[in-house]
Design a binder for this molecule. Structure first.
Ligand SMILES: Cc1cc2nc3c(=O)[nH]c(=O)nc-3n(C[C@H](O)[C@H](O)[C@H](O)COP(=O)(O)O)c2cc1C
Ligand SMILES: CC(C)CC(=O)C(=O)O
Length: 344
């Protein structure tokens, strides 16, 4: 299949309708969900010519991790709904693609099992700060022991997004035999608490708790980007959670310029939301992102064709990035700048 769009169509054919809706859907009217993709279509690329740039290079280093391309696997929950091998298949696909997989705290396989699925894979671990900081610490210790190289703290979820498709389908729990394996605590599986009580002091406590780099995911306001720097985070991750939390937040790529301006190069800035093509990646990088991440595309690959499908989706993106860089007259993703992008 030559495009991510076709992987989505194949995934839709294979998934139970309620599970497809869970993966595909967003919050409210899905205005932000749609905006994430259409915003890329509203940006044009303005290539340079006769640059003699040579073969494009897509590799980057991010927080000490080496990546073959500037596209990470965004943290997404419940991969066993898409494929019986679940997050282990995704980890192997990420290893094949030479990129980082961010393991969701809500993964349906334990972080230790994901880590053992593929030798050489680089994992980062996504965390929802739990108000019970002792339990948060227990999860952090597990992620550290499993070899995760960074913690991605999702801060856009003081409450769960209202997703009309899930409400209509009555989808509110995993089927029997599946659970969030990282939430096991003795004999029980804890629910993920999304708490409006969580504040910067929790980030400070986490900072003191671990030596791992902390990436703050879900930052949209420039004032929060500045605060995050004061609280010692190692990277910012601009995201509206794929349009699944607060509806009518601007498209992710439209948030980038103000955040990169606020950060002023102090730390790397990642972005996700609506990236479906290599040209989308090139636009985000040109607007100041150090790297991007993809959520649904990997799930579509996984649901359509397991590990092979997820690896192919990542490989497609890499091929498209190389091609777009060549056509832009750019040698390396590091050489992309805002002069290459303008509104349509
Ligand atoms: C099915 C699904 C589950 C998700 N689960 C999580 C999660 O557990 N933790 C998290 O921080 N973000 C989660 N996200 C948000 C993604 O990390 C990411 O921000 C989003 O998918 C990016 O948009 P894209 O799907 O258009 O690439 C989830 C997204 C989807 C689609
Ligand atoms: C289980 C949820 C917490 C996962 C999530 O963040 C999402 O579905 O967007």
């Amino acid at each position: 299949m030559p495009t991510i769009g076709e992987y989505e169509a194949a995934a839709r054919d294979r998934l139970a309708p309620a599970h497809y809706d869970y993966f595909a859907g967003g919050a409210g009217e899905e205005i932000t969900l749609r905006a994430n993709e259409t915003a890329f279509a509203r940006l044009a690329l303005l290539p340079r010519v006769l640059r003699g740039a040579g073969s494009p290079r897509t590799g980057i280093t991010l927080l000490g991790s080496s990546l073959a391309m500037p596209v990470l696997v965004a943290p997404t929950a419940f991969h066993r709904l898409a494929d019986p091998e679940g997050e282990r298949a995704t980890a192997r696909a990420a290893a094949t693609a030479g990129t980082v997989m961010i393991v969701s705290m809500a993964s349906t396989m334990a972080v230790e099992d994901v880590a053992s699925a593929a030798s050489g894979v680089t994992l980062w671990f996504q965390l929802y700060l739990q108000p019970d900081m002792d339990f948060t610490e227990a999860i952090v210790r597990r992620a550290e022991a499993a070899g995760c190289a960074a913690l991605v703290v999702t801060v856009d979820s003081p409450a769960r997004g209202r997703r009309d498709r899930d409400a209509r389908n009555g989808f509110d729990d995993l089927p029997d035999g599946m659970c969030c394996e990282n939430l096991r605590d003795g004999d029980r599986v804890r629910p993920i608490v999304m708490s409006p009580e969580v504040g910067w002091e929790h980030v400070d406590r986490l900072r003191r708790m671990t030596r791992l780099p902390i990436v703050l995911k879900g930052v949209t306001h420039p004032a929060d980007a500045c605060l995050a720097l004061d609280h010692g985070v190692s990277a910012l991750y601009v995201s509206n959670h794929g349009g699944r939390q607060l509806d009518t937040v601007p498209a992710a790529v439209d948030l980038l310029p103000a955040i990169t301006a606020a950060v002023g190069g102090a730390v790397p800035v990642l972005v996700d939301g609506g990236i479906r093509r290599g040209t989308d990646v090139v636009k985000a990088l040109a607007l100041g992102a150090s790297a991007v991440a993809v959520g649904r595309p990997v799930i579509w690959g996984l649901a359509a064709d397991g590990e092979r499908g997820a690896a192919r989706v990542l490989g497609l993106l890499r091929d498209e990035i190389e091609h777009a860089l060549a056509l832009c007259g750019v040698a390396s993703v590091r050489d992309l700048g805002p002069d290459l992008v303008r509104p349509c």
